[in-house]
Design a binder for this molecule. Sequence first.
Ligand code: NCD
Ligand code: ZN
Length: 350
Amino acid sequence: MPERNLTRLTLRRPDDWHLHLRDGDMLKAVLPETARHFGRAIVMPNLVPPVVTATQAAAYRARIMAALPAGMDFTPLMTLYLTEDTDPEDVRQAHASGSASAVKLYPAGATTNSASGVSDFEKVRPVLDVMAEIGMPLCVHGEVTDHAIDIFDREAVFIDRILKPIRKKVPDLRVVMEHVTTQDAVDYVRDSSKNLAATITTHHLIINRNHILAGGIKPHFYCLPVAKREAHRIALVQAAVSGDKRFFLGTDSAPHTDANKLMACGCAGIFSASNTMSCLAEVFEVAGRLGKLEAFTSLNGPAYYGLPPNEKTITLVKGDPVQYPARLETGDGPVTVFDPGFDLHWRVEV
Ligand code: NCD
Ligand code: ZN
């Protein structure tokens, strides 16, 4: 059947390779939004205080499982927050025991709760060497934090100043460049022959910097890395719909209450867990590549992480526009759901 006539699409259940679940009341509210459609997620460790050790990751995983409503099937894949004091043997043990699937590198000060991140990369070299040896991926927030560097250039500069030297020194390290936002990052990933992949968020496939800044400032579109100009968004869409195994979904769904978004110094983060699959179906359909959606959401990620794809499936059904609640109520206050700015015709049948 020609793609333009598709009205039903069955996919392996998707996974989210970059997700913020938070803790406490917020965790309780946002977890079902992901677990409804997704089988697994790489869970970010940027709690306060951050999840640094194998023991802390196991405890956080237990809190997530306790917050999961009965009958929902979801597997959190935990990460360790890399600090200059991280013990390589604790990382080895976390990987061996399954209490962590990856390590997360935040350059110190890059984003929400990243004060404990890395400034001196030589200090974490022993950890990276162990990870290369055991094949444990390093998830990288790829932005420099140098105030002299323009915020729109921070990803491209990170690739040259930080990522290229790390990958040269530790060539066997498996790296995931997370939430890429630039043509530069797409090209860098495409040009590498091994040990490098990238996640792309839902919102970076849909918004550019005009959405944030033109016609009034829109805090709900503010996230880090910040969305770039339209040419970069187009490069991201081309990478996502290409089917190239090195690109896969990491929503970076990052809930903040409206009170924390709508203030003089509002938090960075877009909450897209609720409507991500409907948004993505629209993006892939417009690109004429619905046939590649499953690779992006459900196949390429597990392949890079050395895991089988999910056995279960979901079905997307096309029809009248689907309405998602504009806000999710949480014990901490309302959280605004990402508004793609267009109708969503694909609803998820699970
Ligand atoms: C994330 C958050 O709120 O935790 N915010 C964001 O804008 N993406 C932090 C992050 O992953 O950068
Ligand atoms: Zn994130």
